[in-house]
Design a protein around this ligand. Structure first.
Ligand code: ADP
Length: 432
């Protein structure tokens, strides 16, 4: 029917097929469902070939997921890549969308275009809509967009190409972290002080480290520490995973790094948290085409470009310190290393205190619990407390014959936690 309509249309017709990868998935790809009907599309393309007045245009975000049988001469024989717009293209997009919109004299669309790396056309439209909403909210009469509306809109609307970089304002405090006294002290001195007391560093001509590497087994509180720094300095927290950076931006990972730092500078004071930074090391990516080298070199450029009294702090985390690219760890880069170890007996008791804070409990002996959990990490202990709570609920439900209307008798006891410890094991091997 599509073909008939297209053939009869005067003077000609463009058939637009949206989301080709869904309409005609590569049948050899993992998880391809085989629904859609690639052969029908192939059939259509083969028929269209005989009609000079009909053109088929397909669209996809991932050309490699499209049935290769369609991507050949006679079918889809031309491929055009529509990339993320560069500054000039962004300026042109802004011009189009501000046609007929009232802008204050001080507004510089060039400045907006310069500052919007990674923003797509749709993102820029969202920025303008957001700015117009702000302008409308603050004035009577027809809205006039001011530069400050645009700035606020830019902070509110991030580039969708960096969507997986979440910006948070964490509420974690140092008190939420049990133990890790040395690591806390180190992080406070090297990351928090430069942000909080720049004058002291100036007076003693002391350099703040550009970046800090937190290293230790998984679940020991590295992420918590980074969040606590951000919270205590009122900084924005931008977190990105090394593997995500490598995989999400195939061929463009270095742009991901650039956008990340660009965004951090815009949101300063900011803490950039690079989790699993070891995954950026070339050794682990010998199959790819130098993507990790490009990412690391872009990261070095960004680190080298941070101002020494910068309001952007970089915290990296790894549980494989030996695999981190040594170039990243040189002076002037991620130069300070802070160990985040498996908690000792005292630290475990402190973590039990923290994790049980706010939980209805009977009398708890955290020293005894700590003695029974050698080798457990903070996250293992959080798991014990979670399991203890479930055991307590189980008992409560049994005792009340599944009447949950009155929870006042429900408490977690030492015995519940003991039982929870018996059913769990430390997550990290050879710890102690
Ligand atoms: P990492 O980043 O080292 O893998 P996280 O900081 O993400 O570990 O910790 C995971 C969870 O484990 C935390 O959300 C918290 O509930 C718990 N946890 C880990 N370490 C501690 C700690 N030292 N004190 C209190 N809770 C902790």
């Amino acid at each position: 029917a599509v073909l008939d309509a297209a053939r009869d249309a005067e003077p000609g017709c463009v058939v637009f097929v949206e989301s080709l990868a869904a309409a005609a998935p590569d049948p050899t790809a993992d998880g391809a469902s085989g629904r859609g009907s690639p052969s029908a599309l192939g059939w259509l393309l083969d028929r269209v070939r005989g009609h000079d007045t009909v053109v088929v245009v397909g669209e996809t975000t991932d050309p490699d997921a499209v049935d290769p049988a369609l991507r050949r001469g006679g079918r889809f024989d031309a491929e055009v890549r529509v990339g993320v717009p560069d500054p000039a293209a962004r300026r042109a997009i802004l011009d189009v969308h501000t046609d007929g919109v009232r802008l204050a004299d001080a507004v510089s669309l060039d400045a907006v275009a310069d500052r919007t790396h990674g923003y797509t056309g749709a993102d820029l439209t969202a920025v303008l809509v957001d700015a117009a909403t702000r302008a409308a909210g603050s004035a009577a009469g027809p809205p006039v967009i001011r530069q400050r509306d645009l700035e606020a809109a830019l902070d509110a609307v991030g580039p969708s190409t960096l969507r997986d970089v979440s910006v948070q304002t964490p509420t974690t405090t140092y008190q939420d972290i049990g133990g890790l006294d040395r690591a806390k002290r180190e992080v406070v001195r090297t990351v928090e002080w430069p942000q909080r007391y720049p004058a002291l560093f100036e007076r003693l001509d002391a350099a703040a480290p550009t970046g800090v590497l937190l290293h230790g087994p998984p679940g020991t509180g590295k992420t918590m520490l980074a969040k606590a720094v951000a919270a205590s300095t009122d900084a924005n927290f931008l977190s990105v995973d090394g593997p995500e950076l490598m995989n999400r931006y195939v061929g463009e990972s270095e742009r991901g790094v650039r956008d990340l730092f660009e965004r951090a500078r815009r949101l300063a004071p900011a803490v950039v948290f690079l989790d699993e930074v070891d995954s950026l090391a070339p050794a682990r990516h010998d199959t790819d085409t130098g993507a990790s080298e490009r990412v690391v070199s872009q990261l070095l450029t960004e680190l080298d470009g941070l101002s020494p009294r910068g309001s952007v702090a970089v915290l990296a985390a790894t549980n494989r310190r030996e695999s981190v690219d040594p170039a990243l760890l040189r002076p002037g880069r991620i130069e300070t290393q802070v160990a985040v170890p498996i908690p000792d007996q005292d630290a475990r008791a402190a973590i039990f205190e923290v994790q049980l804070d706010g939980v209805a409990t009977g009398r708890i002996d955290t020293t005894a619990l700590a003695a029974a959990t050698t080798g457990y990490t903070g996250s293992d202990i959080a798991g014990v407390v979670r399991e203890g709570a479930l055991l307590a609920m189980e008992d409560h439900l049994r005792e009340t014959e599944f009447d949950a209307t009155d929870a006042s008798g429900l408490v977690v006891t030492q015995r519940h936690l003991r039982r929870a410890i018996e059913t769990t094991a430390p997550s990290v091997d050879g710890a102690g």
